[in-house]
Design a protein around this ligand. Structure first.
Ligand code: UT7
Length: 338
């Protein structure tokens, strides 16, 4: 695995914003569409409900609101942003990038930016890239946004996938750590991609391999296809390994971690990883019951809820971790700065 330990100036996460669609869809509602039940979904995934975007709301709309929310919280103007990274697998279009749409709408004049595709690890990877831009000294304020409208690429006749996903977005601002706050901020990142697992979770058509055609639509190839148990086994093992290795190389143990904030794909994956790591369950953040798997949205939404519940406070070490389609794997350590 490749690591990126903090090597330049200290950098911190200084702001956070979020947006989830208003409409909540319960398990019982899905049980009216497909052959499933609230009991099965809760027991096998931990999910009770998810938020689903209205037809007129796209990924950039949630991203824009999350971005504005983060800027408001930090009390800065969009013109101060130097770079925007939008992590998503459900962009408004292939191009222009969703980052361009967000930049224009929030008025981040003069910023550069791009979209980053790493599925469920997207936000984690975006945070790492953003931290490195600020550490290098070339950028002062980088906004990292995770936004996904998974409901647009889900087949609501497929019970194996439609119960899992929800829509949502979150944003974090990365800046140089304030003077005298040297202990705060980015500590380390460890990551790995493993393309041998690419076929187990993907959207088969719509790209250059299988362009959109009547046939691809008829065969439902523009929806998420997943071999759940394969992904489940890989994610349970890798989530543990990457966290263990990251802690080890920093001379830390789970007792040093104030809170672990894992990607929210399945409560059983999260609990398996936590158990193998030996971290106390109350120090593992879980909010999957309310949002399902929002792909690039899970980490900022779970961080927001951890702060709101008083479980993440200034000075705490937070360990983010994710495994997603690709496969993409990673974990990072930060000392929380506010
Ligand atoms: O975030 C990106 C990464 N994604 C993940 O991490 C997801 C990883 N995978 C999973 O979370 C789990 O594999 C699932 C929740 C998707 C499925 O759970 P599972 O325990 O692995 O079930 P399974 O796929 O082995 O299926 C067991 C049974 C099957 O029936 P049969 O063949 O045993 O008769 C499925 O057809 O459960 C059935 N099933 C359902 N039953 C009721 C699958 N989905 C449903 C459903 N309701 N929604």
């Amino acid at each position: 695995m490749i690591g990126t330990a903090a090597a330049g100036r200290p950098v911190s996460i200084t702001g956070l914003g979020s947006r989830v669609p208003d409409r909540i869809v319960t398990n019982d509602e899905l049980a009216r569409l497909v052959d499933t039940s609230d009991e099965w979904i809760v027991e096998r995934t931990g999910i009770r409900e998810r938020h689903i975007a209205a037809p007129e709301m796209a990924t950039s709309d949630m991203a824009i609101e999350a971005a504005r929310c983060a800027l408001r919280q930090r009390g800065i103007d969009a013109t101060e942003i130097n770079a925007l990274i939008v992590c998503t697998v459900t962009p408004d279009h292939f191009f222009p990038s969703t980052a361009c749409l967000v930049q224009n709408s929030i008025g981040a004049k003069g910023a550069w930016g791009f979209d980053l595709i790493a599925a469920c690890s997207g936000f984690l990877y975006g945070l790492t890239v953003g931290a490195n831009l600020v550490m290098a000294g070339t950028h002062k304020k980088v906004l990292v946004i995770g936004s996904d409208t998974m409901s647009r690429i889900i087949d609501y006749t497929d019970r194996a996938t439609c119960v899992l996903f929800g829509d949502g977005a979150g944003a974090m601002l990365i800046e140089p750590a304030s003077e005298g706050d040297d202990g705060s901020g980015f500590i380390d990142f460890l990551g790995e991609i493993d393309g041998s697992g690419g076929d187990f979770l993907k959207m088969p058509a719509g790209g250059s391999r299988q362009p959109a055609s009547h046939e691809t639509v008829d065969r439902k190839l523009h929806f998420v296809h997943q071999e759940g148990s394969q992904v489940f086994k890989y994610a349970s093992r890798k989530m543990h390994e990457v966290c263990r290795d990251l802690l080890e190389r920093n001379g830390l143990t789970v007792d040093d971690v104030g809170i672990m904030i894992p990607h929210q794909a399945n409560i059983r994956i999260i609990k398996a990883a936590g158990d193998r790591l030996g971290i106390a369950p109350e120090r593992v953040m879980i909010n999957i019951e309310r949002y399902g798997n929002t792909t690039a949205g899970t980490l900022p939404l779970a961080t927001r809820d951890a702060i709101a519940e008083g479980r993440l406070k200034k000075g705490d070490i937070v360990m983010f971790a994710a495994v997603g389609a690709g496969y993409t794997v990673g974990a990072s350590l930060w000392r929380w700065a506010y």
